[in-house]
Design a protein around this ligand. Structure first.
Ligand code: ZN
Length: 201
């Protein structure tokens, strides 16, 4: 996992406080591009985390990957587990649904995450008045999860083989990248290919 590089750098520059100047043009696009893969990876792990024991392992792995201070230090194991449960609800109702699932209970969960901290809290949000945009900082996990998850909702899948939740590369992905599941995927493809061949001959 990559660290939340850009946000961390910015956080270091502003000494954890608000940005001293307006974010430069393209800042939010760059922040999204750098942060999204890491947060997507984190969300996929959380979607498959079911117990406090697993949360402890997740926390250790993530602190090792992130190194610097993030909101992870302020969230309890129970709160993290609750977020995992909510991620699963979103996966069921919102995943691959073309946004049709954006209603109760998905709306309620996302709304709660986005509103968890006031937009005026400069430790949790970076705001650009010039471009009328805002982005969650490394001290706002719920905001980061809500933003990245909603943006990637069309790629939220559950694996046809191992049943785990994963982000598909394509919108029609059915199997996760685990070796066993890729084997199952190849078998299915070969079977399909064989059936087509039979029909053609
Ligand atoms: Zn799988």
């Amino acid at each position: 996992m990559k660290p939340l590089k850009l946000l961390m750098l910015e956080a270091a520059n502003r000494g954890g406080g608000p940005l001293k100047t307006e974010p430069r043009k393209g800042y939010f696009n760059d922040a999204y591009r750098l942060v999204a893969p890491m947060v997507r990876g984190m969300i996929a792990v959380m979607a498959n985390t079911h117990s406090l024991e697993e949360i402890k392992i997740f926390r250790e792995d993530l602190s090792r990957a992130l190194r610097s201070r993030t909101e992870l230090h302020e969230i309890s194991d129970r709160e993290l587990l609750k977020i995992c449960e909510h991620i699963r609800v979103l996966w069921q109702y919102l995943g691959g649904n073309g946004g049709k699932g954006y209603r109760k209970p998905t709306h309620k969960i996302l709304d709660e995450w986005w509103r968890h901290y006031e937009l005026s809290d400069s430790k949790r949000w970076i705001i650009s008045y010039e471009t009328r945009s805002f982005f969650p900082t490394e001290m706002n996990f719920r905001g980061l999860i809500a933003t990245i998850l909603f943006e990637n909702r069309m790629h939220m899948k559950s694996c046809s083989n191992c049943k785990r939740y994963f982000f598909g590369r394509r919108r029609d992905s059915k199997y996760c990248m685990a070796p066993d599941c890729q084997l199952a995927y190849n078998n299915e493809r070969q079977k399909k290919h064989g059936a087509i061949k039979k029909r053609v001959n």
